[in-house]
Design a protein around this ligand. Structure first.
Ligand code: UDX
Ligand code: ADP
Length: 464
């Protein structure tokens, strides 16, 4: 099928950047990203590119090249579903917070709503591509909804999981390690796969485009994330061992990573991984394994999450213990709130959990993050503290200036590895702090020797 028009449902961290690059590289195809959230769409359309709803280095450049030419953002969902031969589903699939599978299974209600919408309005054959991370066999559910509720038009389902990491999304999209396309293996399915291969071939070498059956594609996405997260939990488990012995985690990590069979990436010890994917996907994998009666498989992967929760708790407890077992009424400064640098995304960010634990201890928290909005930080903390069942969220304040955020504080906790933190005038910060002045470097980005020579008590992860 020749594709002239693409519609992507969901203008978020995945849909926005992915469609921008597809449009940039395929100027002959009209790409429209639609969303039910009017405010989000109007931000995507703003003339001032610093107002785009997501922060991603390099995104503004691609938007300014393609938007208005063949890239559009709209709230007219029905019209664009109808006009397009290919429809991407790129809506959020959070972990269920209710009912069967609560806390583990993926909540597919947004995906289902999209499928019903497509079925309801489609007047001719469509290729429907699942882009959101979905549990294995979701494609079957989508197909069912489409064929059972549609008006007889034909739907081909493809799975095309996104492997971009936030903060490096533009590079990851531009030069992907691989593009994975799963589809049905009959003639129509193969044709549908080929239409999507053609779109990616505009810029991705053929040998990097991998085609598989639907289930392999869906399962690969979940398990690629599980493998990556497992590496972080593995190195984080060793960080605790390092703190108890004479070993240094960065040295251990370097030594392990130089084995070419292991490789050096994703061995950076931290306060714990966050982001919208890792925890959700592993919980999903655990849920699938459990539902199939594979308890050992489920337990094996669940341990990656247990380790990550432990790491976040350990970090908070270490702050408490170092500050003489009480932080009540003490100001503690958080540098960083997003789940990693170069993004304004805060989903599952370790900062939220560490703040929650310290607020339980009645600490006064002051937060500075270069890209996360005040509104977002407040909503995160309200969410985790059950919409403010007590008035403790008033103990958290947000500062627009890092030096102001650190003033009079007893301890600084680095929660995100933003580059700018490295270049701060740490002597100036030290002067204005309560003594002894502590730094808890949850990302091991600062220079321990330099900070100690200024007078700080420095505590890194997996360090002494
Ligand atoms: C991840 C996958 O990398 C990506 O392929 C998939 O499509 C979506 O999920 P993302 O969540 O955007 O991407 O970020 P990633 O770079 O994987 O980082 C996840 C978390 O792990 C962050 O909190 C990061 O700080 C942490 N991390 C990463 C570490 O603590 N140590 C590391 O060595 C690497
Ligand atoms: P991701 O990281 O997977 O991209 P986001 O939460 O950033 O997740 O984006 C998902 C987007 O999908 C949101 O902007 C949300 O408004 C949109 N969305 C969710 N359900 C629907 C729906 N039924 N129709 C259109 N858009 C939807």
């Amino acid at each position: 099928m020749k594709i002239n028009n693409i519609c992507c449902i969901g203008a978020g961290y995945v849909g926005g950047p992915t469609m921008s690059v597809i449009a940039q590289k395929n100027p002959h195809i009209n790409v429209t990203v639609v969303d039910i959230n009017e405010n989000r769409i109007s931000l995507w359309n703003s003339d001032d590119l610093s107002k785009l709803p997501i922060y991603e280095p390099g995104l503004d450049k691609v938007i300014s090249e393609a938007r208005g030419r063949n890239l559009f953002f709209s709230t007219d969902i029905d019209k664009h579903i109808n006009n397009s031969e290919m429809i991407f589903i790129s809506v959020n699939t959070p972990t269920k917070t209710y009912g069967d599978g609560k806390g583990m299974a993926a909540d597919l209600r947004y995906v289902e709503l999209c499928s019903r919408k497509i079925a309801q309005v489609a007047k001719n054959d469509k290729i429907v591509v699942e882009k959101s991370t979905l549990p294995v066999k979701t494609a079957a559910a989508i197909k069912n909804i489409l064929t059972e509720t549609g008006s007889g038009v034909k739907f081909n389902i493809l799975s095309n999981p996104e492997f971009l990491a936030e903060g490096t999304a533009m590079r990851d999209l531009e030069i992907p390690d691989r593009v994975l396309i799963g589809g049905e293996q009959d003639d129509d399915g193969k044709k549908a796969i080929q239409s999507l291969v053609d779109i990616y071939s505009s810029w991705v070498p053929k040998e990097n485009i991998l085609t598989t059956n639907l289930w392999s594609s869906e399962l690969s996405k979940l398990t690629a994330n599980a493998f990556l997260a497992q590496r972080i939990s593995s190195i984080n488990s060793l960080s605790e061992l390092c703190e108890m012995t004479g070993a240094d985690i960065d040295e251990v990590s370097k030594a392990i990573g130089m084995d070419t069979r292991i490789g050096s990436k994703f061995l950076k010890s931290s306060v714990g991984f966050g982001g919208s994917c890792f925890q959700k996907d592993i919980l999903n994998l655990v849920y699938i394994a459990k539902s199939l009666g594979l308890n050992e498989v489920a337990d094996y992967w669940h341990q990656v999450i247990i380790m990550n929760n432990h790491q976040k708790q350990r970090f908070s407890k270490n702050i408490l213990k170092s500050l003489y077992n009480t932080v009540a009424g003490k100001k503690i400064t958080f540098l960083g709130w997003s789940f990693k640098k170069d993004t304004n995304d805060t989903r599952e960010s370790a900062a939220i959990y560490v703040a929650d634990m310290l607020l339980d201890e009645k600490a006064l928290i002051s937060v500075y993050d270069p890209k996360v909005s005040e509104k977002q930080i407040i909503s995160d903390i309200k969410n985790i503290r059950n919409n403010n069942k007590d008035d403790s969220i008033n103990d958290l304040s947000i500062q627009k200036n890092p030096y102001e955020a650190c003033k009079d504080s007893h301890a600084i906790a680095i929660l995100t590895e933003w580059d700018e933190f490295i270049n701060y005038d740490w002597s100036k910060i030290f002067k204005n702090m309560n003594k002894p002045a502590f730094i808890f470097d949850g990302r091991n980005i600062l220079d321990k020797k330099k900070l100690e020579s200024i007078g700080f008590i420095y505590k890194g992860i997996g360090k002494h």
